[in-house]
Design a binder for this molecule. Structure first.
Ligand code: C5P
Length: 285
């Protein structure tokens, strides 16, 4: 069985405050894009096995694919460690880019093994929520509003299709760190005073993690500016970074910009937004 695990960008990501459980209360708009990993899942006698064509990608039980398999194995009422399944991953979504690759791989695993092992959808959804705040989104796809930890979802009407230029700096950002930097800036007041912040929350299409990340990595802000200057309809950091995206109406503008912004220090990828019906049709294949 081959399944595709699509990436996402966050068209907007507002951080409303810190929660008692260590997470942050969010209001974010997720958007699926065509860039994807491919998982090949097959029966193979013996302990659960995971291989990945990208050496940076862990192939042990720290990988969310492994944890998704273990979680569903237990949901299926089986004892011991998951077994008799092998997963091979063609990794195309950059790691630590804020594009949701790990979470999407986990959701694709849940969908595939859930079907294989006859697990109720309710159980699959519960497993997704436990694996990570972004995982439930990848069971849905398209344009979706996420609140609470980003895991209470309200599907929105699909946005008009757009070409997406992804600019991938050579550094990655850990999600945990990005949120910690946000908290640090909020404690420091300044632009992050509650009043200023409340005003900024009223605006749409802003990523509240962008300023604290750009304070450590100024390239993030520079790339977003360059994308806007090149005519992007909208540009910003995705999730907790480090990937920065620009939306374009025309294919030629997207490719021209991707060519102009690529350098030794950063890779660029041109892809497209994916609406919900396409996402669901392609992800389920
Ligand atoms: O849920 P996930 O494991 O993907 O989250 C990684 C980290 O990102 C969390 O441990 C937390 O520090 C931070 N996070 C957060 N608020 C969210 C989502 C993630 O603080 N809504």
């Amino acid at each position: 069985m081959r399944v595709r695990a699509f990436a996402k960008i966050n068209l907007s990501l507002r951080v409303l405050g810190a929660r008692a459980d260590g997470y942050h209360e969010l209001r974010t708009i997720f958007q699926s894009i065509a860039l994807h990993d491919t998982l090949t899942i097959r029966a193979a006698r013996g302990p659960f096995r995971l291989t990945c064509d990208d050496p940076q990608c862990p192939s042990d039980d720290t990988n969310l694919i492994w944890r998704a398999a273990e979680r569903l194995w237990r949901a299926a009422g089986r004892r011991g460690a998951a077994r008799d399944i092998a997963v091979d991953v063609e990794k195309r979504i950059p790691l630590n880019g804020g594009l949701g690759g790990g979470s999407s791989d986990a959701a694709a695993t849940l969908r595939a093994l859930g079907r294989l092992w006859g697990i109720e959808e309710r159980e699959v959804r519960a497993a997704a929520k436990e694996l990570g705040a972004d995982v439930p989104y990848f069971l849905e796809g398209g344009t979706v509003l996420g609140v609470e930890r980003g895991d209470l979802l309200f599907p929105l009407i699909d946005r008009p299709a757009a070409w997406v230029v992804l600019v991938l700096p050579e550094f990655g950002v850990s999600t945990k760190e990005a949120f910690a930097w946000f908290d640090e800036a909020a404690r420091g007041g300044g632009d992050r005073s509650p009043e200023r912040h409340a005003l900024r929350v009223a605006e749409e299409m802003v990523n509240d993690l962008e300023a604290p990340v750009a304070a450590r990595y100024p390239a993030v802000a520079r790339i977003a500016r360059a994308l806007r200057k090149a005519g992007a309809i909208h540009a910003g950091m995705s999730g907790s970074g480090s990937a920065v995206f620009g939306l374009f109406g025309r294919r030629t503008d997207a490719f021209r910009t991707a060519g102009a912004l690529a350098s030794r220090a950063r890779r660029t990828i041109v892809t497209r937004t994916l609406n919900r019906s396409k996402y669901q049709a392609l992800a389920a294949k």
